[in-house]
Design a protein around this ligand. Structure first.
Ligand SMILES: C[S@@+](CC[C@H](N)C(=O)[O-])C[C@H]1O[C@@H](n2cnc3c(N)ncnc32)[C@H](O)[C@@H]1O
Length: 235
């Protein structure tokens, strides 16, 4: 598969997975890893949600852009805490679930392929969760160029993503080495798709963002997540 084909398969995967997507976050079905791992997961999801809440309370961004908003697991946390939220995703199926879940007048949804999208305005903050790991290395710099174009002077990025841990994904997913870059994902009905999955540790991501003009303040939970703020070094 070429990279373009993988990126098309990645969109197809999330469209087809929309109705079963949340099983991952809530550790049900194939993502149920047993009481001990589930408890650890839930403690860490609570920790990243709380950290995001603290960041929003401290930063108080008015108009926020959420990239790859998905079914709204984070849109539901952002919307009540900001004046306006613009949420972008390539999948009409996940946008429909997000809209039904969040049901907020201050959220505007856009269906778009982020690899062929440019912001029409600037925002006080840009947020993305579990999206950066789906950006191929070859498109990393261009993606951060889009983020820069979307950010008002003095604005900030907040990201959350996966740390490398085999118990994070479904029981029937094979997690190849950390460096693989492309993985196979399955749906509950067994259909298979190829997607991009790049794992970052906070220090390595900060080192990659530095030469692009970004300053990072990222942390990691014990097993599952990386999270934190990225700002322009020049601001
Ligand atoms: C891992 S999910 C993350 C969703 C959400 N941010 C969350 O934390 O639950 C990745 C999301 O990226 C979206 N996506 C995949 N490829 C995309 C693309 N090229 N442009 C825009 N969105 C894309 C999928 O539809 C899916 O909702």
């Amino acid at each position: 598969m070429t990279q373009s084909e993988v990126l098309a398969d990645q969109i197809a995967y999330y469209r087809a997975r929309a109705g079963e997507y949340d099983q991952w976050w809530f550790r049900t079905g194939r993502y149920d890893r047993g009481a001990e791992f589930n408890a650890q997961w839930h403690a860490e999801t609570a920790a990243v949600e709380e950290a995001l809440g603290s960041w929003l309370a401290a930063r108080r961004p008015m108009h926020v852009l959420e990239l790859a908003c998905g079914t709204g697991l984070f849109t539901r946390l952002l919307a009540p805490r900001v004046e306006r939220l613009t949420a972008v995703d390539a999948s009409p199926e996940v946008i429909a679930i997000n809209r039904a879940r969040v049901g907020a007048d201050n959220v505007e949804y856009h269906e778009a392929d982020l690899f062929a999208w440019q912001p029409a305005r600037r925002y006080d903050a840009v947020f993305f969760s579990f999206w950066l790991s789906h950006v191929p290395d070859e498109r990393f710099a261009a993606f951060w160029g889009v983020v820069a174009a979307a950010l008002a002077p003095g604005g900030a990025v907040y990201l959350i993503d996966s740390a490398f841990d085999p118990t994070s994904t479904a029981k029937d997913h094979v997690l190849p080495g950390r460096e693989a870059g492309i993985v196979t994902r399955k749906l509950n009905d067994g259909r298979e798709f190829r997607i991009v999955k790049v794992f970052y540790e906070p220090a390595a991501l900060a080192a990659k963002l530095g030469p692009l003009g970004w300053k990072s303040n990222l942390a990691q939970t014990p097993r599952y997540f990386i999270y934190g703020e990225v700002t322009r070094a020049a601001d």
